[in-house]
Design a binder for this molecule. Structure first.
Ligand SMILES: [Zn+2]
Ligand SMILES: [Zn+2]
Length: 242
């Protein structure tokens, strides 16, 4: 049911601009969502996924593959331009560019959509457990991959078994195997185009309750919540029990 990955290590990145230049980063995937991730919890916030990057409008926005065989995603919204310039400044330890801009599309009202290519093989990206939302850690064990679709990763056999439900992975595995990522996403509706604005550290959630991140951290310290201290707050999927 699950195969252990003989994977290369997660590719660790540095920012050459003001996006946390001193913190090792990674590009992360969780279901149809793409993230900038900290490779370790960042300071008091203990967050692993810092920012959801992609905007899903249609199948091409998550199912496309570039002519060089790399995955493509699209970016849109108020923060897209700044996020893009940050991503273009990411380099791996050998100085290689990891995200390239393929196309800029003009939308209505002067808004732009950016189509970007992720020049890192999927096996070197950081993956979240498709069930509980935990993220991999550089140097730690790579997660198990569903041998059916090879598209979803699990931190444990328990998580994989628990995810095999009609409305969850069982219902999407064959779709993913056929490359129908958009249909699988539409079925489960886990991606949130406004996730960063509503949920991330600097988003509305944080503005509305400025000390909530700190309180969550202190509570985790009090209760010695190893899971939280290691992985931070859960990110989507939101159909998973808390
Ligand atoms: Zn898990
Ligand atoms: Zn599967």
């Amino acid at each position: 049911m699950a195969t252990s990955l003989n994977s290369p290590p997660i590719r660790v990145l540095r920012s050459t601009n003001r996006y946390f230049p001193n913190s090792p980063l990674a590009i992360g995937r969780n279901h149809a969502s793409w993230f900038v991730c900290f490779t370790r919890p960042y300071g008091i916030h203990s967050k692993r996924a810092d920012m959801c990057l992609n905007y899903i409008s249609d199948a091409s926005s998550i199912e496309s593959i570039s002519s060089d065989g790399f995955p493509i995603f699209t970016m849109r919204g108020a923060l897209a331009e700044e996020n893009l310039s940050n991503l273009l400044g990411f380099r791996d330890e050998e100085g290689r560019v990891v995200v390239a801009l393929l196309e800029t599309r003009k939308l209505e009202y002067g808004e732009e959509e950016y189509v970007v290519e992720v020049r890192v093989p999927d096996a070197e990206l950081m993956h979240a457990c498709a069930h509980c939302g935990k993220w991999e850690v550089p140097g730690g064990p790579r997660f198990l991959r569903c041998s059916g679709c090879r598209a979803r990763r699990y931190c444990s056999v328990e998580c994989q078994k628990d995810d095999w439900k009609q409305q969850w992975h069982k219902g999407e595995c064959s779709l993913l195997k056929e490359g129908k990522l958009f249909e699988a996403e539409r079925r489960r509706r886990l991606h949130d185009n406004d996730w960063w604005m509503s949920s991330a550290l600097s988003g509305n959630g944080a503005f509305g309750d400025a000390r909530s991140a700190e309180r969550r951290f202190l509570r985790a310290m009090d209760t010695f919540d190893r899971d939280f201290l290691a992985y931070g707050a859960r990110t989507p999927p939101r159909d998973v029990r808390g």
